[in-house]
Ligand binder design. Structure first.
Ligand code: NAD
Length: 738
């Protein structure tokens, strides 16, 4: 048998070919054109070889496979754009053919006449699970490492290689829809309970069991290719289905406000497909897949949420020429709310960390946070007791600064107070080595100003975490005027090690994320003052695709923190820095009404004791004369909330605070959940076209104020027909720099 680049094939004495997928130089197997061609060749060879009785398909890596290489899909988009310019109809035909390739390959496996068994040893996502579904048998290892999912919806597409047809022919329709429209992961046990895998066995028995299935006479025919096959639950013409299918689009609309065409296409594929013979159903899926691939949502989501996120995670902004640092020890100074969590994520990445506070008790309190998190993880079975102990052993709480002598990096997370930070910077610099990098987690103080307290400003940088640190995937890395390449490289190496995605921004008040967030909240203040019913503001935000309404978000951030920041802006920048009506509203909320947000149980919302849910504070309606709901246009509210944020992002590009559009996009989605279907703030503008965006801004400025005026850069780009990704081409920049 021939040799392959990505696979090994070993046929045993029983005639069972063990196909092991192990791509060279990659940490995870993914589908590429070469991989598909090799699977095709393996299929042909095993069919032709009479000695082969069946095939076991597995992975040589710790995971099974992450699914399709989405960069392949991204290049399909470029192909489509080029071809469309020449001949639109032929371009769509080409896309249709490409969209069906994987599906047809899997169908050929399913109908090849010899039994195939997929042996799932670890994470099995997207196309890899669709391939497994086309095998006649599926065995999964009884291991935490096994996570099975069809997560395509999360990047704007859907399982288009047979997933929408095979899952609801194995599992009941409700579970199938739930799995595919949310993209959530299944454990091996759950997948078995749903009927998606046949057996779950101990990891060491995986291949043996898979082979045994073939030896036991596994029929090389899919259930739906058998005469008399019945869909589980009876298909779409049953009383249960009559309850499910009419409700499903409404539920989806409630969850996603109709913003995700890929999710709706799943419902259509399942409903239509279950009424058709299997091969016709696959064709229907291919047609919807072709349609979805042409949506702006799919294009933008794949670019930002997959390609750019991966590139930034792999250090796209890391300065070339600085060798990678193996971070051996980290110091965290300030063991409060943020410092305690930063210490935890550092230890969770296997790095020893000293956690310093003013006295031993305060430092111990910081470590107690790690102890609680570890106990929770162990309790939930996500961590063994030993793993938990190992993690905790890495955190050393102490008030003794001399323990910082051998750290590679210090993260400062003390009070947000210039004088306190100055004292800490001096105390730390008195003990650290010449090469140690100092990173401040400040959220509001410009890094350049803080670095004035440092003797080595080139080794001083901002590393801004978001709360809750354990969950938030983003970290903003802020360059002070004098920050050097070594500091940047070290900061990025650290962020990568703790598995967060970094964006690198230049110094400014609020950096990138908070500048955008405050625009969002400020627009809600304007709406409140205009008399828009508060519930309409919050609902419009959700309908626009934001995960949290602006008033709710302000409560989380703390209303008195907003007051503090607004006052600081006025003190530093003058009285025009904040609208007087906004200051009045917030002064009233904090000083008169003591409504400080979630933390004191009352803000824009009321927070009754659990299990009761929070609800908008009824008194909010009495602060300003209310407009009747019928006079408020929800579509305009949605636009105002998204446009004000996107405009701020555009300003940060114009001011060169953010220099790479990928960072504005990824930062806005990971930092504050900017409507993910748009692909982020700048993709939102590019997606509708800069010219359309500028016209929209002008209209909003006429009606709601000058803060909507498009900036000179936007006007120029509109006139030239440019896009952000064209004008600030991240790849062009890399090539130029190289
Ligand atoms: P916090 O009050 O919870 O913690 C500050 C800790 O610093 C306290 O434990 C305090 O005892 C300690 N401390 C004060 N002076 C010290 C000194 N001289 N030496 C050692 N320890 C000292 O505050 P926090 O919310 O964790 O914020 C810390 C920093 O992180 C601030 O700069 C803040 O702006 C920033 N930040 C906060 C958030 C957030 O959501 N809270 C988010 C991002 C960044």
């Amino acid at each position: 048998m021939s040799t392959y680049t990505n696979f090994t094939v070993e046929t045993d004495a029983d005639g069972i070919a063990l196909v092991t997928w192990d791509m060279p130089g990659k940490s995870m197997n993914v589908f590429t054109l070469e991989v598909m061609a090799e699977i095709e060749a393996i299929l042909a060879a095993t069919v032709a070889d009479e000695a082969v009785k069946g095939v076991v398909f597995t992975s040589g890596k710790s995971s099974f496979s992450g699914g399709a290489d989405l960069t392949m899909i991204k290049s399909m988009f470029s192909m489509l754009a080029e071809e469309k310019a020449k001949d639109p109809q032929a371009a769509v035909q080409k896309l249709f053919d490409a969209a069906g390739q994987m599906s047809q390959l899997f169908r050929r496996i399913e109908t090849n006449g010899k039994p195939w068994v997929s042996a799932i040893n670890g994470t099995c996502m997207g196309g890899a699970f669709e391939l497994s579904l086309a095998c006649h048998g599926r065995v999964a290892a009884n291991s935490k490492a096994v996570k099975i999912a069809l997560p395509e919806v999360k990047v704007g597409i859907f399982p288009g290689a047979g997933g929408t047809q095979r899952v609801p022919r194995l599992a009941n329709a409700q579970d199938a829809l739930q799995m595919m429209t949310t993209g959530s992961s299944l454990t091996a046990q759950r997948a078995k309970a749903m009927g998606l895998v046949h057996q779950v066995v101990e990891p060491g028995e995986l291949i043996g069991t898979a082979k045994q299935m073939i030896k036991d006479g596994l029929k090389p025919v899919a259930p739906w290719d058998e005469k008399g096959f019945k869909v589980p639950g009876g298909g779409v013409w049953t009383p249960a289905a009559a309850q499910l299918f009419p409700a499903a689009p409404a539920i989806l609309r409630r969850e996603t406000a109709g913003n995700y065409p890929g999710a709706l296409a799943i419902l259509k594929c399942v409903y239509e497909g279950l009424q058709l013979p299997f091969d016709t159903a696959l064709k229907v899926e291919q047609r919807y897949f072709t349609q979805i691939l042409q949506t702006t949502e799919a294009f933008s989501m794949i670019r930002s949420l997959f390609v750019s996120m991966q590139e930034l995670g792999k250090g796209a902004r890391r300065p070339a020429g600085v060798p990678k640092t193996e971070i051996k020890k980290v110091g965290v100074v300030g063991a409060g709310f943020m410092g305690a969590s930063i210490a935890y994520v550092t230890a969770a990445a296997g790095i020893p960390v000293v956690l310093i506070d003013r006295d031993q008790a305060a430092a111990d309190k910081g470590k107690a946070h790690s102890e609680k998190l570890v106990a929770d993880q162990v309790g939930k079975g996500r961590m063994t007791k030993e793993e938990g102990e190992q993690l905790l052993a890495l955190v050393t709480p102490t008030p003794d600064y001399s323990t910082l002598a051998d750290v590679d990096l210090v993260v400062e997370a003390v009070f947000e107070d210039r004088a306190v930070k100055k004292a800490v910077i001096e105390q730390v610099e008195a003990v650290i080595s010449d090469t140690t990098i100092f990173a401040s987690n400040t959220s509001t103080l410009p890094i350049t100003g803080l670095a004035e307290n440092s003797k080595r400003p080139e080794q001083f940088i901002g590393v801004h975490f978001f709360s809750p640190v354990e969950k938030m995937m983003l970290t903003e890395v802020i360059l002070g005027e004098q920050t050097g390449d070594k500091a940047l490289a070290m900061a990025l190496d650290f962020v990568a090690k703790i598995k967060k995605t970094p964006i690198v921004v230049n110094d400014t008040r609020g950096f990138f994320v908070n500048r955008c967030v405050f625009r969002y909240i400020n627009e809600a203040y304007d709406m409140l003052i205009e008399g828009v019913p508060p519930a309409m503001i919050e609902n419009a935000a959700k309908m626009a695709g934001m995960p949290v309404g602006p008033l709710s978000l302000n409560d989380e951030v703390a209303v008195d923190l907003s007051q503090k920041i607004m006052k600081a802006s006025i003190a530093d920048l003058g009285p025009n820095a904040v609208k007087p009506e906004h200051m009045d509203l917030i002064d009233k909320m904090v000083d008169v009404l003591d409504r400080r947000g979630r933390k004191n149980g009352q803000g824009f919302y009321d927070y009754p004791a659990k299990p009761a849910k929070k609800s908008l504070w009824p008194g909010l309606k009495d602060l300003y004369p209310q407009k009747p709901a019928s006079e408020v246009d929800v579509a305009t509210l949605k636009q105002r909330l998204l446009v004000t944020i996107a405009l701020e992002a555009a300003r940060t590009m114009e001011e060169r605070i953010v220099t790479d559009p990928r960072e504005a996009d990824v930062g806005s989605i990971l930092g504050f959940g900017f409507a993910p279907y748009t692909g982020g703030t700048l993709s939102y503008i590019d997606g509708m076209g800069v010219k359309t965006f500028v016209e929209l801004c002008e209209r909003l400025a006429e009606a709601y104020g000058d803060h909507f005026r498009p900036t000179p850069l936007l006007v120029e780009m509109a006139a030239n027909g440019e896009t952000f990704y064209g004008r600030f081409d991240p790849y062009g920049a890399v090539e130029r720099a190289a």
